[in-house]
Design a binder for this molecule. Sequence first.
Ligand code: GL7
Length: 836
Amino acid sequence: VEASVPEGQRAAWKKHSAREFKTKEEFENEAVRHIETTLARSLFNCDEAAAYAGTALAFRDRLVIEWNKTQQRQTFADQKRVYYLSLEFLMGRALDNAMLNVGLKDVAKEGLADLGFRMEDIISQERDAALGNGGLGRLAACFLDSLASLNYPAWGYALRYRYGIFKQEIVDGYQVEVPDYWLDFNPWEFPRHDVTVDINFYGSVSQYVDDDGKQRTVWDNGEIVTAVAYDAPIPGYGTTTTNNLRLWSSKASHGEFDFTKFNSGEYEQSVADQQRAETISAVLYPNDSLERGKELRLKQQYFWCAASLFDIVRRFKKSKKPWKDFANQVAIQLNDTHPTLAIPELQRILVDLEGLGWDEAWTIVQATFGYTNHTVLPEALEKWSVPLIQHLLPRHLQIIYEINSQFLQYVEKSFPKEKDILGRVSIIEESQPKMVRMAYLAVIGSHKVNGVAELHSDLIKTTIFKDFVKIYGPDKFTNVTNGITPRRWLHQANPKLSELIASKLGGYEYLRDLTLLHKLEAFVDDKDFRKDFQAIKYANKVRLAQYILEHNGVKVNPAALFDVQVKRIHEYKRQQLNIFGVIHRYLEIKAMSAEQKKKVQPRVSIFGGKAAPGYWMAKTVIHLVNQVGKVINADKEVGDLLKVVFLEDYNVSKAEIIVPGSDISEHISTAGTEASGTSNMKFVLNGGLVIGTCDGANIEITREVGEENIFLFGNLAEDVEDLREAHHKQGFELDPLLKRVFETIRSGTFGDAGQFSALVDSIVDHGDYYLVSDDFKSYIDTQNLIDQSYAKQEEWVTKTILSVARMGFFSSDRCIDEYAEMIWNIEPLKPETNGA
Ligand code: GL7
């Protein structure tokens, strides 16, 4: 029963209802009150951390007021909602975003100055919410920003990891992982101890006949773990719509700890169950594009899917609508295959718990789900062993088998002559042990499947899902090219550029409709504008140079060309190609006369990114970058012509400093391997250019900005397979320049060569799967072209301005509108449309 204030008393309530601050005075009032009473601090005991807390709590109050209204409004409006299921939301910091979205950052800045604090210092007190690995998690965070900004009724669902992605420390050039306990003080979350769901694991399945004589299945006698909801408000930009991100935390279902055991002296056992339960949401798996069927990971996935679906179904049931309306009220998007268990779980709820017939239920399931694929890399495609699922989720395994059997019957009927197709498309892989192919289950259980950039969406149709295109027809498969939120990735990260653009376009409307950027083209020859534009880039490079000096102790010249590659370290992303290129450049400089050196374009090579803790090759790359940096940075003959730095612990808040400070960024994956990439968009939007392969969203960036404004190189996706095959059959001739690089490494120039042998051998002896040698020459030539182009500063500035002007397509607002229209069939709900 929901408790509400009686009609007669509501006037009193409304009179005292919380008010939102608007002025500097009111802000100070709220901040100081929070510091004094919420934190129990005083005038004599207020450091920057406390000032951050006071500011955050003041803004939080504002968000909460709008959040409550939005949730009420959405409930009354009773229209279709979308639920975005993602195991990762890489949110970064919330305060700056909240201030900008609410539109009161300047007010707060002045208020803080009154109280003796600088805004930058206060903002940097906040820990990143790092509940994600990389692009996939950050995409989910950008989507939440767009969903709220566009007023879509939407919820995110994820896990409340106690430990997000680890903190990376570099010790003697090696990556060391340190736990990221980020929840010490998190003002942005609200524990909902009254919103809980009991989740079942293990147990057994039995049949019975219900009162209507129907055969029913029950799954019980398992182990129960309780999911507790933690909610975080997601404010939109330039709207009061404030959506909800719900994170589930796990705890033992039977209260605190076992007193009987405690009293009899079994102290450790008494808390063991509790710990076991809490382990489920304890830590984010730190693998990016790699799946390693661990039981705990499967438990996380089911725990989260089951809690979220229970919540969604509970909300739907309150409306008292018939089940056939479910998919008209609910759209669920599966962010990769991680939430695929939601498919058999919804089928189970409908059939076992609600008593619907199988077919009726299955129609609802398929109409509800959409699935986004984010990779074609074989090592990233999820498979779970049948015995593991049998053990942990016996009823779900039965349901998966039933789904599969009906699907295979359908395929058999449709393609009676094709014997092999059944084995190829079966959800169950006939291996030892048998495996459940989650991507196939996701395709079969959804009404739409999308890739994340045009090339990628084409590739999935011709490779991993080829048979499914034949079975379902091509319309089930579509493309939604990724995007980024311009609020965080321009307005917040690069306030000066954002202001300059606003001054030319007559305000900040372009942050709500990024296509308006095209109007900037008209200013490309405007001298003052060009000067300002250039000065902002320079200032951002100065800021980055200061950061490098502080954190790496390396002094770099802000006038040098800043060449940046920041992203997860992965062989397919080819940081090794970059560092081999740097070594090549070093060797060239070393061989030059003083006269020749004068013509060299000074450069700073900036690397950053985490390696999965178990990914040895990626860790070797980090080590090599650091060793190369150590040698080159100390080499007097090279001086400012080349510096190499590895920035520790790359994350969202650091990206906000790094991205605006780059001239060139590297997106150089082996063609056909990077599904989209999203940082490429961020760099260009901030006035940097791209060196890249014809891969992922690089291709669409080229289409938008023009070929003359991007530096493409390397083999094409369509040739990769043939090249790999040729490597194996005929072997291959190592590129001579790369050979020289390897000889230098082997000679011990960068320390004991044995440490890098796996990296070199993977190319020389093991087939060069990622085609580093094939693309090396083209990469080096293109880098030289970049030097020449950069030397013609006026041309360069023109390229960067035109590129910014042409980035409108890459707003995540455009993506969300596409999903809403093509996949979810949902409408926005504007605040004005309802008095709530
Ligand atoms: C990824 C892709 O690798 C990346 O190219 C894409 O931009 C991102 C968002 O769609 O998704 N797929 C994946 O498994 N991870 C990604 O970052 C981890």
